[in-house]
Design a protein around this ligand. Structure first.
Ligand code: NAD
Ligand code: ZN
Length: 350
């Protein structure tokens, strides 16, 4: 297929639930931009919110928009002024598009950009045969990284950013929530030198994956008193670090009770609304350090993720399903069921 005949794209065409597999124009490549031919694209929980059209999606999404922000593919064209990236390069991209001008950007924290726009959320994304991104967002892939891992560098980066927020060498760790990002965080924590990893997760298949990724004790918080188990196993102290990877208010409260006085919390999970915490008893009086984690440090987290993968970090078991783009409805049903790890879509070729 040439680029003249349009391309397949999975898009939200109108406000409301569902998505449409449609044909749209192949996007042009402007100055400072790169166009890639997408091969694989991961489905994120965010895509599930947009598919279902919940309150967050209704407030944020302005259809029509092509979804998809986790992907890998081959560079197809580069715009004027782009240097160092060539057609044929195997790439993915940081899909948080930052302005480069605001205070955070200028202070070297573009992941906290005030004018952040997200590809596949605010602008057209990668559930399509072609995607266009700013050249400065492109990440060239190490050849040792398998395609399906390359396609999920974005959530892997979330996991690495969270897991490496505090020193884990010789540390005990709790992970609340073993979705795809929590699962990756378990593997990263293990490699970073954590000595004991306790995990809570409500989905049975994800608990099995958590054990596979290197967790020492995996619990269904509805079946056991997970706080008591952690305290018992740590001599009554609690863990050094909590990686909160669920966003569920119960898990956040429970996780805080697992942390020892003087410990640290890296909070990646995004709760759906306000959360009530025992702030005095569990944070202030315990002297906890609580750090919010947003996105990935651009590009420090990408470098760390790439090095971890080159060094043998194996996250392939997290990708439990590979489905063709046409099977997107099945994929989104599976996502909503929680009976899966990461789902990756195969984007059709020419
Ligand atoms: P996910 O929804 O697949 O994972 C969350 C997991 O938590 C699920 O497996 C769920 O079964 C589990 N869970 C629910 N209630 C629980 C409880 N009470 N105790 C223990 N586990 C429980 O999502 P994901 O893609 O792995 O992302 C993890 C979290 O990070 C989500 O909240 C997501 O919104 C958030 N997120 C944040 C950023 C960021 O930049 N801060 C980026 C991506 C995702
Ligand atoms: Zn900015």
């Amino acid at each position: 297929m040439g680029t003249g005949g349009g391309m397949a794209a999975l898009a939200k065409l109108h406000p409301g639930p569902g998505l449409r597999l449609t044909r749209v124009e192949v996007p042009g490549v402007g100055p400072g931009q790169v166009r890639a031919r997408v091969q694989l694209a991961g489905i994120c929980g965010t895509d599930g919110h947009i598919y279902a059209w919940d309150r967050w999606a209704a407030s944020r999404i302005r259809p029509p928009v092509v979804l998809g922000h986790e992907w890998m593919g081959l560079v197809d064209a580069v715009g004027p002024g782009v240097e160092g990236i060539e057609p044929g390069d195997r790439v993915t991209a940081e899909m948080h598009f930052y302005c480069g001008q605001c205070r955070a950007c200028r202070a070297g924290q573009p992941h906290l950009c005030r004018h952040l726009r997200i590809g596949g959320v605010d602008t057209d994304g990668a559930f399509a045969q072609y995607v266009v991104v700013p050249a400065r967002n492109v990440w060239r892939l190490d050849p040792s990284i398998p395609d399906e891992v390359a396609a999920i560098m974005d959530p892997l980066g979330n996991a690495v950013h969270t897991a490496l927020a505090f020193p884990l060498s010789g540390a005990t760790v709790a992970v609340t929530g073993a979705g795809p990002i929590g699962l990756a965080a378990i593997a990263v924590a293990r490699r970073a030198g954590a000595t004991a990893i306790f995990v809570t997760e409500t989905s049975a298949p994800r608990r099995r994956l958590a054990a596979l990724m290197g967790a020492d004790r995996v619990m269904d918080p509805r079946d056991v008193d997970a706080v008591a188990v952690v305290l018992e196993a740590t001599g009554g102290e609690g863990v050094d670090v909590l990686l909160e990877m669920s966003g569920h208010p119960d898990a956040i409260r429970q996780g805080l009770r697992m942390v020892r006085p003087g410990g640290a919390v890296a909070q990646l999970g995004l709760p759906p609304g306000e959360v009530t915490l025992e702030l005095g008893e569990q944070v202030v009086m315990k002297g906890l350090t609580l750090k919010g984690i947003h996105g990935r440090e651009i590009f420090r987290t990408w470098m760390q993720t790439s090095e971890l993968l080159r060094g043998g970090l194996d996250v392939r078991p997290i990708v439990t399903h590979r489905l063709p783009l046409e099977a997107y409805e099945e994929a989104f049903e599976l996502l909503a069921s929680g009976q899966c790890g990461k789902i990756v879509l195969e984007i059709p070729g020419s």
